[in-house]
Design a protein around this ligand. Structure first.
Ligand SMILES: NC(=O)c1ccc[n+]([C@@H]2O[C@H](COP(=O)([O-])OP(=O)(O)OC[C@H]3O[C@@H](n4cnc5c(N)ncnc54)[C@H](O)[C@@H]3O)[C@@H](O)[C@H]2O)c1
Length: 381
């Protein structure tokens, strides 16, 4: 067996998502377990953490046995590191990826891979011109609940799909009484904030990989919390959406909805739920669990009872999908796919083009709000 040590530069490494999911739960465990076995290759990641805050970087590096630097140029100049991964704040992404592509690094990127489709396509052209490998983080399909749901869809369980619904979000405090749970840049346009830009890339690949291509979309959005308090206690105005509703028509004809909000209090099965309805059955998945109801399990509801609460448990007839796993960390699934793709040439479904399609969905939703119209989602050429 040949061992391939792959040097990976992780940009934004002390940030929330990079330090926890990508380093602690994906790359460090792969390395510490002796590497990823792919055919007759063993792939061992070597980590170079890059960010702005030396103390934070040194802390993460010490915990997970990584190298670190605050000097991105120096990291990019090192030929031992052939992969560049970006998980820094969204607004910095384009410049960082351009630099990494120019340095000839293979590219793996957090979402959104670009701020606009045009910018994303520019990056993809540059990646292809240099013959680099590429991938995008599309982690949510790896959630156990959504894996169960997509297996049901692939098996034809629903019959003809008649509709679907994604319901997502929770209350994000404005920082006055309780500290805000999300970085303040998420609520500033100049920093790449906005709920649609942040979350809709996920809904694109979740929907299209489970139910097929989207034909068109129409959205509305609002700013539910117009002012917030940042990490340093300063008050700032929110100039982006934190609440959005979208109607989606699939190529297959079914219509679905997405409700996403940072200004809602949860009283549903989970923080994210995805329901699919079909002529034979329905299913609803949360992050971990998935429940189904077939026609045989569906009550023959005929009318409301206005006078009396009939006290019916409408959840009682749903059955939990028995699938004990094992389920891997979704970010680790992404890294394993990308590392295999790098070394063995295995196909990478979540490539940079898929990441641009994720951006296309967010962009189409913003355009539909601006124009007050449905916007079509023709495949990207
Ligand atoms: N796949 C997912 O589920 C998921 C979840 C969260 C975030 N993300 C993406 O990961 C990226 C980072 O998000 P995060 O929540 O970890 O953010 P974060 O604020 O915790 O981390 C951002 C990192 O970027 C660096 N940075 C560089 N320039 C910055 C600037 N101008 N302002 C603030 N930070 C700057 C910071 O030092 C920090 O290391 C974003 O692109 C976000 O969309 C993806």
């Amino acid at each position: 067996m040949t061992t391939h040590t792959i040097g990976i530069i992780l940009n934004g490494a002390s940030g929330r998502i990079c330090s926890t999911q990508h380093v602690a739960n994906a790359l460090a465990p792969i390395r510490d377990e002796g590497g990823l076995v792919a055919g007759d290759a063993r792939i061992v990641p070597r980590l170079m953490l890059v960010g702005r805050n030396a103390d934070k970087l040194a802390g993460v590096a010490k915990s997970y046995g990584a190298e670190w630097t605050t000097d991105l140029d120096k990291a990019l100049a090192d030929p031992a590191f052939t992969v560049f991964f970006d998980a820094a704040a969204t607004s910095q992404r384009q410049g960082a990826l351009e630099q990494a592509i120019a340095a000839g690094k293979n590219i793996y990127s957090e979402k959104p891979v670009a701020l606009t489709v045009d910018k994303g396509l520019e990056l993809l052209r540059a990646i292809k011109a240099r013959g680099l490998k590429h991938g995008a983080v599309e982690d949510k399909l790896g959630l156990p609940g959504l894996q169960k749901l997509s297996r049901l869809a692939a098996s034809g369980f629903f019959g003809r799909v008649t509709g679907f619904r994604i319901d997502f979000g929770w209350w994000v405090f404005d920082g006055t009484e309780v500290p805000c749970q999300r970085p303040s840049w998420n609520y500033r346009r100049k920093d790449g904030g906005g709920l649609i830009l942040d979350m809709y890339p996920h809904w694109r690949y979740v929907i299209e990989n489970t139910l097929g291509p989207m034909r068109r979309v129409v959205s509305s959005l609002s700013t539910a919390t117009p002012a917030r308090v940042d990490e340093k206690g300063g008050r700032y105005d929110v100039d982006v959406d934190d609440n959005a509703s979208t109607l989606i028509e699939l190529e297959g004809g079914a219509i679905g909805t997405i409700l996403s909000s940072w200004a809602t209090r949860v009283r549903r099965d989970d923080l994210l739920t995805f329901q699919i309805d079909g002529s034979s059955a329905s299913a609803v998945a949360g992050l971990h669990r998935c429940y189904t109801a077939t026609n045989a399990q569906t009550p023959r509801t005929a009318h409301f009872s206005i006078a009396t609460d009939l006290n019916i448990d409408y959840r009682g007839n749903w059955e939990e999908v028995a699938d004990p796993g094992p389920f891997k960390n979704p970010y680790r699934i992404g890294w394993e796919n990308f590392l295999r793709h790098l070394v063995t040439g295995a196909p990478m479904q979540a490539d940079f083009a898929a990441g641009i399609r994720d951006v296309q969905f967010a962009e189409a939703c913003y355009r539909s709000v601006k124009d007050g119209k449905w916007v079509s989602l023709a495949p990207l050429s």
